[in-house]
Design a binder for this molecule. Sequence first.
Ligand SMILES: C[S@@+](CC[C@H](N)C(=O)[O-])C[C@H]1O[C@@H](n2cnc3c(N)ncnc32)[C@H](O)[C@@H]1O
Length: 315
Amino acid sequence: MARGSNYISYFGGKNKASNWIWSQITPEMKKNTKIFTEVFSGAFWVYLNEDFEFVDTIIYNDMNQYLTNFYASVSDTKYAEHLELLSQPGGLLHFDAKFKPTAKLTYDFYYSYFKDLFNKYRQELYYDKIGQQFNIIIPDFDLAVKYGIMLRHAFSGISNDKQCGFSYSASSYIEGKKCPEPKSQMLIRKVRDEKLINKLNKVKAFEILDFEKHIEKYDSKNTLFYADPPYKDTEFQYYRGAEHFGSFGHKRLSSILKNIQGKFILSYYDFDGLDEMYPKDKFRWESKSFTRASTTISNQTLEEKQGHEILIMNF
Ligand SMILES: C[S@@+](CC[C@H](N)C(=O)[O-])C[C@H]1O[C@@H](n2cnc3c(N)ncnc32)[C@H](O)[C@@H]1O
């Protein structure tokens, strides 16, 4: 499958690093691994980009119910029909590049239409839910559409950050040219992407578990966990950040991973205390620089844009 193919962009997503992460899996492990799961799946980049044909059971897990529901929905073939209906004239996702007499009027119309939807769904899915407990019955197609619109139109996939702005399109409107396509149209195209669907069809379960319960549930000597937790000091960027991850999340994760029967690959940026949690003489450490997709700060030097990704493994 072509690398980089996904439905959304997501803060902290491992699109660029996926092959490096996957290349850590030894031939011996490929023979022995029966379950592969991303403990903090997010946009599921490692699984979606790389070859996991050697594994019987693939599990998606993320405590963000909206996100889990989104991936569970897109993996359901009926979801494509649902989007098809929404893209018909009068439907929520209908877009016609020649809708108004001029491209500028069409652009103005769709810009405010999708911006209103984006703000409405952020209110409904995030701000109205603050302090509330709720359970989504998965799959909920309508909710997946709302969440998809929200993530697609948010800058850099940070949809729960109050500062996050609305982004209409990948290209801006140019005087005299046709109206650019809104970002949410990508959702319609991507659900027809058979390679993506085939990969998601192999996922046996879409879970919404806290990492501790998830690891407990799937641990075995034939399990490979890929763990990509919210990085230190970026926890707040994710839906219900500290509420999900907990103030002692990094320590809690380390005490669990150290005692599993299976294998783990853990991603981080280095921080004070990380090597105490995972001593270098007991765990394998690898590091590599990647250019960070920085959308917020434009005047950084190249060095500042480099992120030094760390992988820690128990094999
Ligand atoms: C760094 S992101 C994962 C990115 C993912 N690897 C990708 O490529 O898109 C971390 C994810 O952990 C999830 N999360 C936060 N706390 C969690 C918890 N306690 N248990 C499970 N998932 C959690 C967040 O919702 C977020 O999607």
